[in-house]
Ligand binder design. Structure first.
Ligand SMILES: [Zn+2]
Length: 364
């Protein structure tokens, strides 16, 4: 009788344990169910493209995405955060070194999109690595791997967004109203690939980039494009008349080039409405435009291998500068858009860039 009673108790314990475990499972499931139908659809489309280009899986669904607004055609404009940004609204966050990395600003530049996912995979492993944890303790990295999804998801990817606007020519730079459309009409003969739009910051993909910058107040921005085979810098203490000064931002530029087999550094002209102009020139945020050598998807692995060290060191390279922080601070608060409810969190992002200085024939 006694043993039967004990058996019964044991069965109850087993049942309780099973119930507990199943509830645990549910908790985990709802944690990862942060993936909304919109994000899930986005990840599915992305995975199909990765397959088409012969790339390994993106693991898109495994990342914690933040999204606040959609592209013109309704895909979520997303970013993910590496490092502890839980103190984002507190003064302590200002002490952290923040990098924003953006890819897929121009959807027909195929290789940068895979490049950002390679960075994300690498960062995920890095932040989990006890040896590297310390080096990255004070580092926040914001990655927006596909700034312009509409242009990438088209049957035949395009440079411009769904409304035919180049989202690296639509930033509200000081010269935009006066020069953007004039230059496009007179100099570029209304080249459809470079259409700056009818008004500055008219495109959600541009507002997205701007708000990322405003929200996180980055110490540096890296925007990845292709296929101009160069590294360009815009920002404080820019290279003047070929003279490279000794600022930390320039040291990083040179370091990145060295780490990538002396990759070509070129001071490319910037255009009205470009990220380099808006963030680098007008806001003094060191902005690096990395132009990969080609848009050939078969070369993706090769490019990641070439730039892995440079990207690691760029993130680790502390550009924290009190003067720069001071300059960006007034705009650093997240924008509240009453029209769009955050689907996951209340953040926005920004960035895009492309710079052009010497030969307007080359466009990034
Ligand atoms: Zn580009």
């Amino acid at each position: 009788m006694k043993s039967r009673y004990t058996k019964l108790i044991n069965i109850h314990w087993v049942m309780l344990a099973v119930l507990f475990l199943s509830l645990q499972g549910k908790a985990v499931a709802s944690e990862s169910a942060k993936l909304t139908p919109s994000l899930s659809g986005f990840c599915n489309k992305l995975e199909q493209r990765f397959k088409k280009y012969g790339w390994e899986k993106s693991d898109c669904e495994s990342y914690s995405w933040l999204t606040y607004r959609n592209s013109v055609l309704g895909d979520p404009l997303t970013w993910t955060v590496f490092g502890d940004a839980s103190d984002e609204d507190k003064p302590s966050f200002k002490q952290k070194d923040v990098s924003i990395i953006m890819c897929g600003v121009h959807g027909d530049e195929i290789t940068p999109i895979k490049f950002c996912f390679d960075i994300m995979g690498y960062l995920r492993a890095t932040y989990d690595d006890p040896k590297l944890k310390e080096e990255f303790a004070n580092k926040i990295v914001i990655v927006a791997p596909l700034v312009n999804p509409d242009s990438f998801f088209k049957g035949r990817p395009t440079r411009v967004n769904a409304r035919g606007v180049d989202v690296n020519r639509n930033f509200p730079t000081k010269d935009w109203t006066k020069d953007a459309r004039k230059l496009w009409i007179s100099h570029f003969r209304k080249d459809k690939r470079r259409n700056p739009g009818l008004t500055a910051s008219s495109e959600p993909e541009v507002v997205f980039q701007m708000n990322l910058v405003k929200r996180y107040g980055p110490d540096k921005i890296i925007s990845v494009h292709s296929p101009l085979t160069m590294l360009d810098y815009d920002g404080p203490n820019a290279v003047v008349d070929g003279f490279v000064d000794g600022t930390k931002a320039h040291e990083l530029l040179i370091q990145m080039s060295k780490d990538a087999s002396d990759y070509k550094i070129q001071n490319y002209p910037f255009f009205p409405g470009s990220l380099g102009n808006w963030a680098g020139k007008e806001r003094d945020i060191p902005t690096y435009t990395l132009e990969l050598p080609t848009s050939d998807p078969a070369k993706s692995a090769q490019y990641w291998k070439l730039f892995k060290t440079a990207i690691h060191k760029a993130i680790a390279h502390d550009l924290k500068d009190p003067k720069i922080v001071e300059k960006v601070a007034p705009e650093a608060k997240p924008e509240v858009s009453p029209d769009i409810k955050p689907s996951i969190s209340t953040t926005e992002d920004p960035s895009s860039a492309e710079v052009a200085k010497t030969s307007p024939q080359l466009i990034n």
